[in-house]
Design a protein around this ligand. Structure first.
Ligand code: ATP
Length: 677
């Protein structure tokens, strides 16, 4: 600790109490973090810096945290930078007076745009020194880039980026060595990486969360002239974890924390309508017997697993809207029937996609239901046959600016959980209690709103019959959930052992389908010459922030889909793989084109195997030499998952876990332990 502390000791003499946090100081911390892969050291660097911010410029605490987690605002605010590699290159070229051609050549040679910008900058003559960048200024500048809209937006985005770039490293030479990526700190490098959406520091949001808790509790104790006890440190961390899981908005939490102190956060920062929480997720299983083994003598319940889109519906009746109005995006006080929003699995605001749901919502609500947060699945519905339609039908609905009168695909909402009711969070109640509250607060309306069909039988035969019924009702299978006791509480953002899924087609083959990121493509042959004929897919490793290749895929696509994919992917072509792609370097295994990591596809596979050609999970101990990765055999494209971002793809650990389970099953050892992924 002392060693690190002394390094960080007041390296910025101009940064005095009350003055803005220099961006260079944040970048210096990034450079220290870059030198280590040890999580504890990363936390220490981060929390020491955050303490300094608390001591000197607490007003800048929020933008500092946001820049650390590579975000500008909470996910539900829908603020995206909306820029690709070519726009960034243009800005670098115009700032430094180098031609796009030279920048592109450098990018081919160096492979990291951050370092290309550093190199370009060092060749640029400095005529005058612009004012140094501050954390607040960078946040504001990037926010401007994200929010520019309308005619000529791309050009204005470039201008705004240029403004930031020309002020970067104005007080230093940005000493980073472009060949080793060591040295620094370089503001230019981290600015570019922020714009690309990857700081590549191994600085996951949960690591920053722990650092915030440590910094805050140490700061509070310091002000009282003491050091915090271990118990206080632990309390601070667990308080912040709970609060953030229920109210994932630093914009709300940080001001409250600065005002009342970290240990009092739970009193005022609670789950509330308007701020979507990350949903609870399930673990895959391959057999009903595995479910029975897991729950042993604890009571569980089975529900149909509907195949649609996850939706979190937030609602406050008109009489109570004033209390929440500020938190509900897009809400107006004039809303006639109360205010409501619908959020996707990754907290995107879907209200514009589902105006039909918003219009009817109030008719499903029983008298006395004033506010709620509902977890449900929207499913395409056949009005004539009165039954669920396949997921593909739902995907044909437009995502934005839908007008109710134009809607062709009707949806029915199937509610399976209740997280908030009448001013109170109910996530800690048991599932049995939440289900009772849910059924008491709503009245089903045929073809519009229903409760997920459930069955509480505990016997293998009953579950098998229920699974068969779910399949006949066009569902994907079953969700099996712990029903009683504290373990049956709703666990936001967690893939929990208390929720298991059994998909009808898991029962043989690999435990689950995988959601993978498209990194590259191969030109088609024969009938497919005008489109891409096969694609290179990868899973995500959150520990290294890298995409690890897992298969080539060319099956499961219709001609029409291939055409659409060609159009969509051609727009995000890049000249060479990103430095955070972990792929085989052998020439014959290289795809013809590389892409930005943007699209996630759901893919099924017959089984998993080890292969020196792919990198997935190679560091997860599946192969003693550490050289072979896991790959999918006979992968088949199922659908585009546009409710998932690339860093929400199946993780390398999950792939490794699936591989191990399959191995243990084939070796007749029974299923492997279903531990935390
Ligand atoms: P999947 O591809 O299986 O949907 P996922 O990663 O999106 O994977 P999982 O936790 O694996 O999510 O599966 C649960 C998903 O199933 C939920 O996200 C939800 O969209 C859907 N679902 C359908 N019916 C239910 C139900 N009764 N309870 C919970 N989730 C349900």
């Amino acid at each position: 600790q002392t060693k690190i502390q002394s390094k960080a000791k007041d390296p910025y003499p101009d940064w005095k109490a009350g003055t803005p946090v220099p961006y260079a100081a944040l970048c210096a911390t990034f450079s220290l973090i870059e030198l280590t892969t040890k999580r504890l050291e990363i936390i220490e660097h981060c929390s020491l810096f955050l303490r300094q911010v608390l001591r000197l410029t607490p007003d800048d605490f929020l933008p500092t945290v946001l820049l650390m987690i590579n975000k500008l605002a909470p996910d539900y605010a829908g603020i995206e930078l909306g820029i690709g590699e070519s726009l960034i290159m243009k800005a670098i070229g115009e700032t430094t007076g180098r031609s796009l051609q030279v920048i592109k050549a450098d990018q081919k040679d160096i492979g990291d745009l951050g370092l290309v910008a550093v190199k370009s900058r060092s060749t640029q003559p400095t005529m005058f020194k612009p004012k140094p960048l501050t954390v607040k200024g960078v946040h504001k500048g990037l926010m401007d880039v994200a929010t520019v809209a309308g005619h000529g937006a791309q050009g204005r985005k470039v201008d705004l980026i240029k403004k930031l770039l020309s002020a970067a490293d104005s007080q230093s030479s940005g000493k980073v060595d472009i060949h080793t990526d060591k040295g620094g700190p370089s503001e230019t490098k981290f600015l570019i990486r922020f714009l690309e959406g990857k700081l590549r520091l191994g600085l996951a949001e949960r690591t920053v969360l722990v650092s915030i808790a440590q910094a805050m509790i140490c700061h509070e104790a310091e002000q009282q002239g003491r050091v915090p006890s271990t118990t206080e440190m632990e309390q601070a961390e667990s308080t912040l974890k709970t609060v953030y899981s229920e109210l994932p908005s630093w914009d709300i939490i940080i001001p409250a924390m600065l005002k009342q102190g970290i240990l009092k956060l739970r009193e005022n920062c609670k789950l509330r309508p308007g701020v979507p929480l990350k949903p609870m997720l399930a673990k895959p299983t391959k057999a009903i017997t595995e479910v029975l083994d897991r729950f042993e003598d604890q009571t569980f319940t089975c529900e149909y697993k509907y195949d649609g889109e996850r939706a979190q519906i937030h609602y406050v009746s008109k009489d109570h809207a004033d209390e929440y109005i500020d938190a509900l995006p897009g809400a107006t006080k004039e809303a006639a029937k109360g205010v409501a929003s619908i959020f996707s699995r990754n907290s995107e605001d879907l209200s514009k996609k589902y105006p039909d749901i918003l219009e009817k919502l109030h008719t499903w609500v029983k008298e006395g239901t004033k506010s709620f947060v509902l977890d449900c699945e929207t499913v395409a519905w056949d009005l004539v046959e009165k039954k669920v339609l396949p997921f593909q039908q739902l995907m044909t609905r437009k995502r934005k600016d839908v007008k109710s009168e134009d809607i062709k695909v009707k949806v029915c909402v199937f509610a399976f959980d209740l997280l908030f009711l009448n001013g109170e969070a109910v996530v800690e109640k048991s599932l049995r209690e939440r289900r009772e509250l849910l059924h008491g607060a709503f009245s089903p309306v045929e073809g519009e709103f229903a409760f997920a069909t459930h069955m509480n039988g505990q016997e293998l035969e009953e579950i098998q019959t229920f699974l068969d019924e779910s399949v006949k009702a066009s569902c994907e299978g079953l969700m099996v959930k712990m029903l009683d006791g504290s373990e049956s509480g709703y666990e936001p953002s967690k893939r929990s052992r208390n929720w298991l899924k059994i998909k009808k087609d898991y029962l043989s083959g690999v435990g689950d389908s995988l959601d993978l990121v498209v990194l590259g493509a191969y030109y088609g042959r024969g009938k497919r010459t005008s489109v891409y004929g096969a694609f290179l897919l990868a899973c995500y490793n959150p520990n290294t922030d890298a995409y690890e290749t897992v298969c080539n895929i060319g099956t499961g696509f219709s001609e029409q889909v291939l055409e659409e994919l060609h159009k969509q992917l051609s727009e995000i072509k890049i000249d060479r793989p990103k430095p955070f792609y972990s792929h085989s370097s052998g020439g014959q295994h290289q795809p013809d084109v590389w892409f930005e990591p943007r699209y996630v596809w759901e893919v099924k596979s017959a089984d998993l195997t080890l292969s020196p050609r792919y990198k997935a999970g190679a560091k997860e101990g599946v192969d003693s030499s550490g050289e072979k990765g896991i790959s999918l055999r006979f992968p088949r494209f199922i659908k585009i998952r546009d409710d998932k971002k690339p860093d929400e793809a199946t993780t390398s650990r999950q792939v490794a876990e699936m591989y191990r389970k399959q191995e243990s099953v084939t070796k007749n050892k029974g299923p492997a332990a279903d531990d935390d992924f």
